[in-house]
Design a protein around this ligand. Structure first.
Ligand code: ZN
Length: 115
């Protein structure tokens, strides 16, 4: 009988120890499992997004030559209308822009003064 009582007591002690360990480590394990499941959800979402974007990016019909040329008709070079003579050197420059020739002169002078 004493052996049985000892075995029962040991068993109860082991159960108590196991439950205490579980209680202390359960939040960490739960947190880890939550993070893993969230990560898997993210992976699934990324895959879905990639699939969706690739499928949506595919054109449904061929663009005809006429449609292509009509779209490109206003992509060509246009004549500049805002070219004015520079006030200090007289060369042509874009209005509301600094004259590149005068800017170069100023830069070289400033460099020679600072060095
Ligand atoms: Zn100038």
């Amino acid at each position: 009988m004493p052996r049985l009582a000892y075995a029962i007591a040991r068993n109860r002690f082991q159960i108590a120890l196991a439950s205490a360990t579980l209680r202390t480590q359960a939040p960490a394990i739960e947190n880890l499992s939550n993070r893993i499941s969230n990560w898997w959800q993210d992976v699934g979402r990324i895959g879905e997004l990639l699939r969706e974007s690739i499928l949506r990016a595919a054109p449904k019909q061929r663009t005809s030559h006429s449609k292509k040329r009509m779209r490109a008709s206003n992509k060509g070079l246009k004549n500049k209308k805002d070219i004015v003579p520079c006030r200090s050197c007289g060369r042509s420059k874009l209005s509301a822009h600094i004259c590149p020739h005068c800017y170069k002169d100023i830069r070289t002078t400033m460099k020679s003064l600072t060095s």
